[in-house]
Write a protein that binds this ligand. Structure first.
Ligand code: AMP
Ligand code: MG
Length: 404
């Protein structure tokens, strides 16, 4: 059995980013940039006012209050064509270009307007309430770098850089295959001897959520020839994922069935719980991940291995989510030699700290508990008992919940 960290290292080692496609900016949400994006213009494009008020020369307010004639107006999109001379002011609005000659803006709350003139009650420093040209970003500057998965905020930023098209990694094609005589599809008429193949459906959803393109190959019965035949249909995918049949029981055929069609096993079995029987290898040229059948094991190992693999295929960095930490919500016992991933709920304590409370029941068939969980509490091998309030490493299930 190898450690989780070693296994993560090994599954990522052979992977490199896949091909590139062009998408319009509005389709870029959640996609991973394949190239640096360079701003096509500067923001702001010129020195602009950050307030409604009056543009003037700061030196004219040395003896404030001062009354100045108002010689024109500069509004957003309608700059003042002339120049502000000594002793003059121009009415200005937020976002409007600072007129030539002016070096400061007095905000209107500090001014008393009268027809044709304004009395400014306070002195201001040069540069007051001015956003300098290019303060946000300058044309030619790298706005976002390759490897970034785009958020809604990023899309807004790129729009402001006048970017219309993006080079992103294409969606990795992931072939998903489940195996087991007991499996049926949702909606099938099922007798008590049947269960629904929830793994394949959940894995397809995970792949979609991560920006990949899942192909559900369906269910293979517990028959090596049938399993191999179905697995052959994964040709052309970037990654093939199986679930079930990965342990050592009489009906666990994945390794034996796929050997004759080119499976080379890199490792089998990881010192973790849930999810000890995990196969990683290569089916021909294609990376292959053989997940355990127990639904919680399948989806937790998918978080730890499939997710980083998809990220690596998309060139995203870092591929492996760093662990955060949270206070433990209740006492837990000592751990054995397998790294444990306890399903836990997240809450806040009175000091505003994150608290992770592991559920009482951690059975790897309990999907309801996994769905309810906000994070996994990570218990390293041989961790001693830990008491409520202790800091423990955690892996958020939704990215970005905890960023310590
Ligand atoms: P196995 O790894 O094939 O021995 O399966 C372990 C457990 O996971 C058994 O209880 C199976 O019924 C269950 N299981 C296997 N495949 C799936 C699947 N696709 N969806 C839900 N449960 C599954
Ligand atoms: Mg089975």
């Amino acid at each position: 059995m190898i450690s989780v960290e070693e296994a993560q290292r090994r599954v990522l080692e052979p992977l490199s980013p896949i091909g590139i496609e062009r998408v319009s900016l509005v389709d870029g949400l959640g996609r991973v940039l394949a190239e640096d994006v360079v701003a096509r213009l500067s923001h702001p494009p010129a020195d602009v006012s950050s307030m409604d008020g009056y543009a003037l020369r700061a030196a004219d307010l040395a003896q404030a209050p001062a009354t100045l004639p108002v010689v024109g107006e500069s509004a957003a999109g309608h700059p003042f064509a002339g120049e502000v001379g000594p002793g003059q002011a121009v009415r200005i609005f937020t976002g409007a270009h600072l007129p030539k000659g002016a070096d400061a803006v007095a905000m209107q709350e500090d001014c008393q307007a009268a027809p044709g003139q304004v009395t400014v009650k306070v002195a201001v420093k040069p540069g007051n309430f001015i956003r300098k040209a290019g303060m946000d970003f300058a044309a030619g500057q790298v706005g976002l770098s390759a490897g970034r998965r785009l958020t809604a905020r990023d899309i807004g930023l790129l729009a402001s850089m006048n970017i219309c098209w993006l080079s992103v990694r294409r969606r990795p094609k992931v072939a998903i295959l489940s195996s087991g005589d007991e499996l049926a599809l949702p909606g099938d008429p099922v007798g008590p001897e049947r269960i629904i193949s929830s793994n394949s459906i959940g894995l397809c959803a995970l792949v979609t959520a991560l920006g990949g393109q899942p192909f559900d190959l369906g269910i293979a019965p517990d028959d090596p020839a049938a399993l191999a035949a179905l697995a052959q249909q994964s040709k052309g995918a970037d990654l093939v994922v199986t679930s079930g049949g990965a342990s050592e029981g009489e009906y666990d055929h994945v390794k034996a069935a796929l050997g004759p069609i080119g499976l080379e096993v890199g490792f089998h079995k990881i010192a973790m719980r849930p999810g000890k029987p995990l196969i990683f290898g290569r089916l021909g040229q294609m990376p292959m991940l053989g997940l355990p059948g127990n639904p919680v094991s399948a989806l937790v190992t998918a978080q730890l291995f499939l997710k980083p693999m998809l990220r690596a295929l998309m060139g995203e960095s870092p591929a492996v989510s760093p662990l955060a930490r949270a206070r433990l919500g209740r006492d837990i016992g000592a751990n054995d030699i397998r790294q444990d991933y306890l399903r836990a709920a997240l809450s806040l304590n009175g000091d505003g700290e994150w608290v992770a409370t592991p559920f009482d029941r951690q059975d790897s068939a309990m999907m309801s508990a996994l769905a309810k969980a906000d994070l996994l509490v990570v218990r390293p091998p041989k961790a001693p008992p830990a008491q409520a309030g202790a800091w423990v490493p955690v892996l958020p299930l939704a990215d970005g919940v905890l960023n310590t």
